[in-house]
Design a protein. Structure first.
Length: 80
C-alpha cells in the first residue's frame, strides 16, 4: 500500500547553490580570463585578454545575481 503521509520536498541542488553559489560564480567567472590568457600566450591577439576580462565581469555579475535571486526564492518559498 502507498503511504498517504505528506513528505516535505527537499531541493538539494537549490540548497547546494544557496550555500556555495558565490564561490561557484567567482570560479566560473575566472574561466574566460584564464582561457583568454592561455590563447594570448599561444600567440593570439592581446585584445583577446581585454575581451576575456569583459566576459568574466559580465558572466560573474550574471551568476552572482542568479545566486541572489535563488537565495530570495529559497528564503521565501522553500519550507524550513
Amino acid at each position: 500500500m502507498a503511504s498517504d503521509e505528506y513528505k516535505v520536498p527537499t531541493y538539494p541542488v537549490v540548497s547546494f547553490l544557496v550555500k556555495h553559489g558565490l564561490v561557484l560564480a567567482v570560479a566560473l567567472g575566472v574561466v574566460p580570463v584564464a582561457a583568454a590568457l592561455a590563447l594570448a600566450f599561444a600567440g593570439w591577439s592581446a585584445w583577446l585578454v581585454v575581451a576575456g576580462i569583459a566576459a568574466s565581469l559580465v558572466l560573474s555579475a550574471l551568476l552572482v545575481s542568479y545566486v541572489e535571486v535563488l537565495r530570495i526564492i529559497a528564503d521565501t518559498l522553500m519550507p524550513k
